[in-house]
Design a protein around this ligand. Sequence first.
Ligand code: AMP
Length: 542
Amino acid sequence: MLGLMQSQQLLISTLIEFAERHHGEGEIVSRRVEGDIHRYTYKEVAVRSRQVANALDGMKLQFSDRVATLAWNGYRHLELYFGVSGTGRVLHTLNPRLHPDQISWIVNHAEDSVLCFDMSFLPIVKAVHGRCPTIKHYVAMCDADKLPVDSGIPGLISYEAWIGAQSSEYKWPSFDENSASSMCYTSGTTGNPKAALYSHRSTMLHALAGALPDALSMSARDTVLPVVPMFHVNAWGLPYSAAMTGAKLVFPGPAMDGKSIFELIEGEKVSFAAGVPTVWQMMLGHMQAGGLRFSTLKRTVIGGSACPPAMITAFNDLYGVEVLHAWGMTEMSPLGTVCTLKNKHLTMSPQEKMLVRLKQGRGVFGVDMKIVDGDGKELPWDGKSYGDLLVKGPWIISAYFKGEGGSPLVDGWFPTGDVATIDAEGYMQITDRSKDVIKSGGEWISSIDVENIAMAHPAVAMAACIGMKHPKWDERPIIAVVKKPGSDVSRDELIAFYEGKTAKWQIPDDVVFVDAIPLGGTGKMQKTKLRELLKDYKLPDA
Ligand code: AMP
């Protein structure tokens, strides 16, 4: 017997329809490429998304055709989030931090039909347009009078002229909720990049789960600053969850430096911010240097790479901001776990609470996890046994776009490539990326643990631990360190700093001071690049 409920499809267009009707006055604030601040409401997002929809229909795009963006976090990008997917086309967010060769490769692989870009990225578009035969239309996300005259890009039109000519009336179509809605290519540390292809259903379920109190806890009382880019895994789903809940959205545009982000948080009374550790590192540096304090920020979700304990302590103890450590990946839309406390933790001492907060957290409803040994045998949830982390759920990929790389699943589970422990309370802790873990004398050393200790030293701005070949131990850890401007620490002082904080054999054998640690397009440390930079390095006793 079937249930007798209405079978309405879960479609992204319903989010913006809901937002218009139920919190139409809710604010969206964007710092624009031009440098000024733009303000409007969900009602206006809805109107302009319908104009985008009409403009796309006018281009005679087919259902599922790809519309690419090269854009910062901003209001026009938000309109494309709803306008493109709402019509049944696929929003393809390109990462502008990639090399033009990679961008053109990705565009050709995705077979994008339209490219909408912020003016900051005009040089990239100039570099790639001759190599992207599938793109039929180029849209510069600017006012009509800002369109460059001699761009050399055929048929270039301004976004405002493109949608300005359109009616604001549009009836969003209904179709199968399993249809593709957006796509994002993975960083591709090995081989060519591969795309996760999200569906309307997966996006809607992810947005619902992401808004829950024990996930990102989004509400109409929040002012949310997604520093995490809209070009990387849909800004962790925040634009969708915001439309669902009526949270005010604040977009930083291209200004991602500590000063600009801090000013936006204060100026717009942001209560909740989301970003990767490298962004917060810059902002904390700016605040510490100027003796600044937050007046409205209550919580911040930090993920994308391990959040160093020193950062959690700084936010919590110096500024009274709760850190939610979160873990996920492009293939997971991205939310997997968020570290929120349970009732039983509330009476614990600050030190004990910190031990919980350092973990990547509990599975969000919808994400099932397990850890397995080298033979695929499931390991216990005891907080000690570590193994390969596998996940499954309705917003986790079943295959990459165009079937690249074959089936990624093992008995229906997606292997994340991360090594983790899970404790009896269900809190997962990432030990390492499986390719970064250091194998020393038959034991594993977590590069994250080694980095976290160095990051707690007051003179260290950034630290990356990698394994170096060793004749006796197979591999030994060394730590590459960027010093804070104006601070100093010697090799021996830093090695001594590890004493008593970890087992002796886990203390790195050497410290290498570097000017910068290579970062990838999404702010993650690129250890392969670091290894290349240090290819001539020899361990002191090797
Ligand atoms: P991406 O798909 O580019 O977002 O990368 C996903 C990978 O980033 C994960 O598989 C992890 O290795 C890493 N990652 C994400 N969040 C965290 C975190 N909180 N702690 C440690 N690693 C993380």
